[in-house]
Design a protein around this ligand. Structure first.
Ligand code: NAD
Length: 380
């Protein structure tokens, strides 16, 4: 392996229980005086969201779908322009954070959003000068979008999830208050927590040289091991919530190194079936680990030892399987209402997904079909 790489650390993070009270100061520090507050329709009804929006004034935009679509961004850009806003406060899970970041990015562009997909140097097509500042306030602990330079959007015509990337899409400040995640229902806690785990595990296994990301990913996996089941079982466990929130930011910091087949399969499934991203990753995880075994066995042994397991691949895989069972992740795709009706489409889309390149074993159509079939049949 060539000992060479481009390494990026995330942004300024204000982390801790109760720190949402600092939102007005944080917005000011990010240079925002008339924010567009972007959230989702479910969160918009919650008192904690209304209090946060009221604390900074400005406008509220919440017309977004989970697995947001391009029309959501276009509507948000229109709201941003008509309200003459000068920045975005994005408040929510990955869906709201991504939409907020994409609004701040797209209001400065003339080209269509698809032109900025995370392919080669397409991001250099963007006009970076007018990209608006973003403050990101996560309310789930999974995607880590608050410290990421990308937003995910579904193209409804091609039914594909596109990763839109630009370095300046990184939020100026992430305000991470674990109290905001206390009300997350167990299923969303489980799905989002497994998303954080998927980011850490796939980044750790990706083949490029990035020892910073490896270290962050390994500690992220340990935090998930110690805390995810606690957070699912007792949503009010603030320490477990805090550690999961940290693990989520760490996963997204680490995945600049690469992702892999979990995400490459999960993206088409999410786009075609509208399944929850993290839960979809959670279903695929053991099948992908087992498929990649030859290429990752030594690394996973080290990881297993670090998180307090026997230093063996099997011990790690068993831990993942037990954790899934404990927190209610379905063992097969049937649990997500996914069958084999779109298998041809999915196995054609997965190798083209921008995350496929990070898989330690080349993910061609045949490999994608093997993993997908095993996840349908429950054969790890
Ligand atoms: P989400 O944002 O879609 O939220 C899921 C549900 O949880 C929503 O109904 C929401 O209202 C609810 N919710 C959120 N916080 C809550 C709280 N504190 N209390 C009660 N309910 C709450 O889910 P997510 O998993 O955070 O994000 C998924 C999206 O993020 C997908 O579109 C995925 O593709 C994208 N994603 C982006 C990145 C990135 O790097 N930008 C990484 C991974 C995933």
């Amino acid at each position: 392996m060539e000992l060479r790489g481009n390494w990026n650390y995330p942004t300024s993070v204000r982390f801790g229980a109760g720190r949402i009270a600092e939102l007005p100061d944080v917005a000011k520090a990010a240079g925002i005086s008339n924010p567009l507050f972007v959230t989702d329709p479910g969160l918009a009804k919650l008192p904690m969201t209304q209090a946060a929006a009221a604390s900074i004034g400005g406008g509220v935009f919440s017309a977004i779908k989970p697995n947001p679509v391009e029309a959501n961004i276009a509507a948000g850009v229109a709201a941003y322009k008509s309200g003459r806003h000068d920045g975005v406060v994005a408040f929510g899970g990955g869906s709201a954070l991504d939409v907020g970041k994409l609004i701040a990015f797209m209001q400065a562009q003339t080209r269509p959003i698809g032109d900025f997909e995370d392919i080669g140097d397409w991001w250099t097509r963007a006009d970076a000068s007018g990209i608006a500042p973003v403050v990101a306030v996560p309310t789930t602990a999974g995607t880590g979008s608050e410290v990421g330079r990308a937003g995910v959007v579904t193209d409804e015509t091609s039914h594909t999830k596109k990763i839109i990337f630009h370095p300046a899409m990184m939020p100026k400040i992430a305000l991470c208050d674990p109290v905001l995640t206390i009300g997350m229902p167990p299923a969303i806690t489980a799905g989002t927590g497994m998303d954080a785990l998927a980011h850490c595990v796939e980044a750790y296994c990706a083949p490029s040289y990035h020892p910073l990301a490896d270290g962050i990913a390994a500690e992220g996996v340990r935090l998930v091991k110690e805390n995810l089941a606690l957070a699912v079982k007792n949503g009010g466990d603030l320490d477990a919530r805090a550690h999961m929130m940290a693990a989520a930011s760490m996963g997204a910091t680490a995945f600049q190194k690469g992702l892999g087949a979990i995400h490459a399969l999960s993206h088409p499934v999410g786009a075609l079936y509208d399944s929850h991203h993290g839960m979809t990753n959670a279903v695929f995880m053991p099948y992908v680990l087992a498929f990649n075994r030859k290429a990752i066995e030594d690394r996973i042994k080290r990881l297993a030892a670090y998180i307090g397991l026997r230093p063996s691949f099997r011990a790690f895989l068993d831990w993942v399987l037990v954790l899934r069972g404990e927190i209610g992740v379905p063992h097969t795709l049937a649990g997500l209402n996914v069958g084999d009706d779109k298998i041809e489409q999915i196995v054609a889309m997965a190798p083209k997904d921008p995350t496929a390149g990070g898989n330690p074993i080349a993910l061609d159509k045949r490999a994608a079909r093997t993993i997908f079939r095993r996840a349908l049949e429950g054969r790890v």
